[in-house]
Design a protein around this ligand. Structure first.
Ligand code: 5CA
Length: 166
């Protein structure tokens, strides 16, 4: 419990440091997956900004590669690797927690314990309001694509897999 409170507090501090309003909302129902989060919020799955973590191989091996992706899309790891200019491999749940400070299902795009490498799915830019995880599987925050881009500094990229939905 205290670790979960700590995770939300880190996201709140990051929002504050970036001059973003505190829009963190806790839901009684799970927001663990994009579908869960969309149902809890009452928005489309596309409006959920998933933070999908990969593990870089080589020079950046100690940092997480976080691909902020529309809930309607699945990340093509080869596209993400090309956009970041590095090899990527799968990140297991323990490594995600140790590196980001967040458990799977609550990984936020900001407030990481180790500064991540980031990419922002270009499809998010077409949307108005979006929601992202805020540190736990029951917390999300509301933002806009422009604000998420500003507070993360993430380069925008085409990262979506061609066919299969998330
Ligand atoms: N809170 C929701 C909406 S923002 C959320 O965090 N969704 S998510 O898509 O960003 O996080 C779930 C993702 O974690 C899954 O899409 C999957 O890519 C990844 N995942 C799930 N289980 C594992 C696991 N065991 N190891 C590594 N990644 C996992």
């Amino acid at each position: 419990m205290s670790e979960q409170l700590g995770s939300v507090a880190r996201v709140r501090a990051a929002l504050s440091a970036a001059g973003h309003p505190d829009t963190i909302t806790e839901f009684p129902a799970s927001t663990r997956t994009a579908a869960d989060a969309a149902a809890a919020v009452g928005c489309t799955v596309a409006q959920i900004a998933k933070s999908i973590v990969f593990r870089p191989v080589g020079d950046h091996a100690g940092r997480a590669a976080v691909i902020i992706t529309s809930g309607a899309n699945r990340v093509d790891p080869a596209k993400a690797a090309a956009a970041l200019g590095m090899k990527l491999t799968r990140a297991d749940a323990d490594w995600v927690r140790a590196t980001t400070g967040f458990a799977i299902g609550g990984v936020a795009p900001i407030g990481h314990i180790t500064p991540p490498l980031l990419l922002l799915d270009e499809d998010l830019l077409a949307l108005d309001t979006i929601w992202a995880a805020a540190g736990t599987p029951t917390n999300v925050f509301q933002t806009t694509p422009a604000e998420l881009r500003r507070i993360t500094g993430a380069p925008v990229a085409d990262i979506k897999a061609a066919d299969k939905p998330a």
